[in-house]
Design a protein around this ligand. Structure first.
Ligand SMILES: Cc1cc2nc3c(=O)[nH]c(=O)nc-3n(C[C@H](O)[C@H](O)[C@H](O)COP(=O)(O)OP(=O)(O)OC[C@H]3O[C@@H](n4cnc5c(N)ncnc54)[C@H](O)[C@@H]3O)c2cc1C
Length: 501
């Protein structure tokens, strides 16, 4: 049964902005903690990284506690249910090219339960483009797709082989057997703006506008602060071929919503003995003075929990709010203070305009730059999703819903009846969208972010090896860190060796 989370907002003209969304992601009762216990592992954060880690550790018979600040599972990925319709508030698209995620879909019998983005016959619809120095116009999906592919290809083709020579192994970008670290670091210095200056003469004004708008809504930052490398890595994950752009990145969704999958991981972990505490934000991670390697996790309200190992999945932009003692390394502190640049906006709208059922649109510049129709509600209204980049200084949708309505209308005129959104930038437990790094950030900080701090392991989609900034990367990090914690705990407990999960 869907219950209301404190997260997210709805807006309509009659009620104005209201906090809270119906979702199956809320966990009730909110805790199942049994008295004073020393846990084998405390997992902090119930997003996909935390759920995967907690599930594996509980199955491996470690006494595991999951602590989460929110009232729900899923973190930056959850599904709201409103008006008989499912809305993905964060992470959405899935593909068999994302191995860690797909394994979860298979494990829980959801690998065939996919639906396509948009409405059947989408290609019969139309695309609107409104970018600087080009006449605003309406075109076909096919032509818009071809222009986007051309511009993207020119942009990412830094080595004449679409990144194959510099990012041949996107799950091992640094220190792999094929390309030297110094060569990767040379490319990692460049921003999207640096690369754009190199190639813009190869594109028409319209293609330039399309490209910048695309890059900005992918990175959620600014052209100068968004790393080129993250685009090269993304292209490598598309098998170095833009033909795969839509199929791998934007096409398939889970029919029952992301929360249905996250719930399976959570329920599975609880069945295996996981304890949990929701609505319990933590403020510190401190080594105890007992000298036996125990770590104390303290909640904002002062409640304390103790464990042998900690798996911390708190997002990169939030980590600076947590006090560590002993202090984190200089390098990790620097990385945390810099953070990532993605401050994207994602807004759902229910609109009356049935003629827009198969529409996509791009408008640059704008508070929202890219919109597309994604299905029809039981009421007959069309569901539209729109994205914007970092507009925090001027655009806070929960305070200025009229700006969101205006921004949607700037992409294409439409009658907006309702908005449904989660502001990931103003959310204190995310402080941003999926992690997009700055130039040089990977070279300087990836190894540090992935390393451990005493008995605390750091697992997050924000610094995954491959599908960074994705659900797959979160699952990867949860599984890999749980495996290391398990190996050490097993040795300490002198347990017989069990098969790997
Ligand atoms: C708008 C948007 C669209 C996206 N689209 C896609 C997509 O289509 N496909 C895709 O694969 N990925 C997508 N992503 C990315 C994907 O959602 C994330 O990479 C992934 O969910 C991150 O998982 P995580 O477990 O690493 O972090 P999170 O999901 O952020 O989990 C971390 C958890 O830690 C909790 N926490 C924070 N602070 C504290 C504290 N002090 N105490 C206790 N708990 C705390 C948080 O509440 C959160 O639940 C999207 C993300 C966004 C925001």
């Amino acid at each position: 049964m869907a219950t209301k989370t404190g997260d997210g907002y709805t807006w309509d003209r009659a009620s104005g902005v209201l906090p809270g969304l119906e979702t199956e992601a809320v966990i009730s009762p909110r805790r199942s903690v049994s008295g004073n216990t020393i846990y084998d592992v405390i997992v902090i954060g119930a997003g996909y990284a935390g759920l995967a880690a907690a599930r594996d550790l509980a199955h491996l018979q470690h006494k595991t506690l999951l602590i989460e600040a929110r009232d729900r599972i899923g973190g930056r990925t959850y599904t709201a249910k409103q008006d008989g319709f499912l809305y993905e508030m964060g992470g959405t698209w899935v593909t068999h090219h994302m191995g860690y995620l797909f394994r979860e879909m298979v494990r829980y019998g959801m690998d065939r339960d996919l639906i396509e983005t948009g409405s059947p016959g989408m290609h019969n619809g139309f695309y609107t483009i409104n970018v600087p120095e080009a006449t605003p116009r309406r075109t076909t999906h096919e032509e818009a797709g071809a222009m986007m592919a051309k511009a993207w290809d020119v942009f990412v083709n830094v080595d004449g082989q679409f990144g194959r020579t510099i990012c041949p192994l996107p799950h091992a970008q640094l220190d792999n057997a094929i390309v030297s670290r110094s060569e990767v670091e040379r490319w990692d210095q460049l921003s999207c703006q640096d690369r754009f200056k190199q190639i813009k003469h190869k594109l028409t004004a319209e293609e330039q506008g399309i490209l910048v708008s695309l890059l900005l809504h992918i990175s959620g930052g600014h052209m100068e602060t968004s790393s080129l490398w993250d685009m090269i890595r993304s292209h490598a994950l598309l098998m170095h071929n833009s033909d795969n752009f839509a199929d791998v990145w934007l096409r398939y969704k889970l029919r029952d919503g992301q929360t249905a999958l996250a719930k399976r991981l959570f329920d599975d972990a609880v069945d295996a003995g996981l304890q949990y505490a929701f609505s319990t934000p933590i403020k510190s991670i401190i080594r105890t003075s007992s000298g036996d390697g125990l770590t104390r996790v303290t909640a904002v309200d002062g409640e304390e929990f103790i464990a042998r190992k900690i798996i911390c999945t708190i997002p990169l932009n939030v980590l600076k709010d947590i006090h560590f003692d002993p202090p984190l390394s200089q390098g990790r502190q620097e990385a945390i203070n810099i953070g990532h640049v993605n401050q994207m906006t994602k807004i759902h709208a229910n609109i009356s305009n049935t003629e827009l059922e198969r529409w996509n649109g791009m408008r640059f510049p704008g508070h929202l730059m890219y919109g597309y129709a994604d299905g029809v509600l039981p009421s007959g209204e069309v569901h539209v999703v729109a994205f914007g980049a970092d507009e925090r200084d001027e655009f806070v949708p929960e305070r200025q819903p009229e700006k969101a309505v205006a921004a949607l209308n700037e992409i294409h005129p439409m009658d907006v009846n309702k908005l449904i959104f989660h502001n990931w930038a103003s959310d204190q437990y995310s402080k941003g969208g999926p992690a997009w790094w700055r130039p040089q950030y990977m070279s300087k900080y990836q190894d540090e972010l992935q390393s451990r701090h005493e008995n605390t392991f750091f697992a997050s989609g924000d610094w995954a090896h491959g599908w960074r900034a994705s659900i797959d990367g979160a699952v990867e990090q949860g599984i890999l860190n749980a495996q290391v914690a398990h190996t050490e705990l097993r040795k300490a407990k002198r347990l017989p060796i069990r098969g790997n999960l």
